[in-house]
Design a protein around this ligand. Structure first.
Ligand SMILES: Nc1ncnc2c1ncn2[C@@H]1O[C@H](COP(=O)(O)OP(=O)(O)O)[C@@H](O)[C@H]1O
Ligand code: SF4
Ligand SMILES: [Mg+2]
Length: 345
């Protein structure tokens, strides 16, 4: 993944594990996930539903329920987030580290006016006066492209469209000047025509503020051109990670390749059906004994069922060739898959 600056990465996650105690036994939702994020960069986390993306984000945001058992370390700006959470020091969640969820209504209070909600963030976290907070709320609504912002300050969430509500949530997430914004499928609930506008807005805001971002999506196409680095998750584990051009140029893992086939092509005839990945993702209870993708992988060999493949550097050059390794490109597949997608192991 990205090279850390001399001061170290803004965010460093090492060996993150999350297990939920449920009536049916422990559910391992995230298993041994590690990554670094350098200040100012965007990391795309991509995977199908149930891959462990949101649980990873919630672990960073200290939003997991009390019955979740968390392992590993999370360091943000040199501070140990898990230790801060344990000490109930909550002051910088919502300030330096904020999150935008898939459904804007999750973050909005339906019975409070928009202006009050944004101003409240500023008053509570930054101690702004009511007057200053309202003026800043107006600026923020303008910046996220909400038409007639003065009128919107006095409206309630239900009076706005889904796209405008998500812009309000983005304004709230930006209010305190975060160093890291986590956007978890921020456009999945929105109309297709609105999706690109919101993604472009997030990208513009990120550049303008030199903010770091984690962009979570099930769509590999969304991270192309928007994320600097990509981490592909499946069954709670990292399947492949690389800088974005490397991932698209020298894709290694069969799961990443399968995800790519599910992206709609711009030049495809209208109504072309996408190829869904056959089979189902593993349930978290099944994770841990073999390659998580084994049940659906057309390159599977017997060894794939014999333990969980480790995430290792991918050799540079032809797939499977001996030679230099790319320190930023890792894959958790024991079979070398050629660029034509054929296994050659
Ligand atoms: N609060 C919870 N209790 C029990 N299991 C959970 C909970 N939250 C998530 N899970 C399970 O963890 C797995 C990963 O979920 P999640 O991170 O939400 O996936 P996604 O990649 O779609 O965001 C899923 O199988 C989900 O059912
Ligand atoms: S380790 Fe085996 S089952 Fe897993 S992705 Fe690679 S080839 Fe497929
Ligand atoms: Mg999710």
């Amino acid at each position: 993944m990205s090279t850390a600056s001399a001061a170290g990465p803004l965010l460093s996650v090492q060996d993150l594990g999350v297990t939920f105690g449920t009536a049916d036994g422990p559910v391992r939702a995230v298993d041994g996930v590690s990554f670094d994020l350098t200040e100012g960069r965007t990391l795309g986390i991509v995977g199908e539903s149930g891959s462990g993306k949101s649980v990873t984000a919630k672990a960073l945001m200290n939003l997991l329920p009390s019955y979740a058992e968390v392992e590993g370390s999370i360091t943000f700006g040199g501070r140990d987030l898990r230790a801060l959470a344990a000490a109930r020091e909550r002051h910088f969640w919502g300030v330096e580290l904020t999150m935008v969820f898939q459904d804007p209504m999750t973050s909005l209070n339906p019975v409070k006016r928009i202006g009050e909600q944004i101003a409240e963030c500023l008053r509570v976290h930054l101690g702004r006066s009511r007057k200053v907070a309202t003026a800043e709320a107006l600026d923020l609504l303008e910046r996220v492209g909400i038409p007639e912002p003065r009128k919107r300050l006095r409206q309630y969430p239900h009076e706005l469209s889904g796209g405008l509500r998500q812009r309000v949530v983005i304004a709230m997430a930006l209010a305190c000047g975060p160093r890291l914004l986590i956007a978890d499928e921020p456009t999945t609930a929105l109309d297709v025509t609105v999706q690109k506008h919101i993604l472009d807005l997030l990208d513009d805001l990120r550049r303008e503020r030199a903010m770091s971002m984690i962009l979570i999506t099930h769509d590999l196409g969304v991270v192309k051109g928007r994320a600097d680095d990509v981490m592909v998750m499946y069954g709670g584990r990292t399947m492949e990670s690389a800088e974005t051009p490397t991932l698209f140029g020298r894709m290694h893992h069969p799961y990443t390749r399968a995800l790519l086939e599910t992206i709609p092509r711009i030049d495809a005839p209208a109504h072309t059906r996408l190829v869904p990945i056959p089979g189902r993702p593993p349930s978290p209870a099944e994770v841990g004994r073999s390659c998580p993708f084994a049940a659906r992988c057309r390159h599977r060999i017997d060894d794939c069922l014999d333990g969980v493949p480790p995430l290792v550097p991918v050799p540079v050059g032809a797939a499977g060739a001996e030679g230099a390794e790319d320190a930023s490109h890792h894959s958790a597949c024991i079979v070398s898959v050629g660029s034509d997608g054929r296994g050659d192991s």
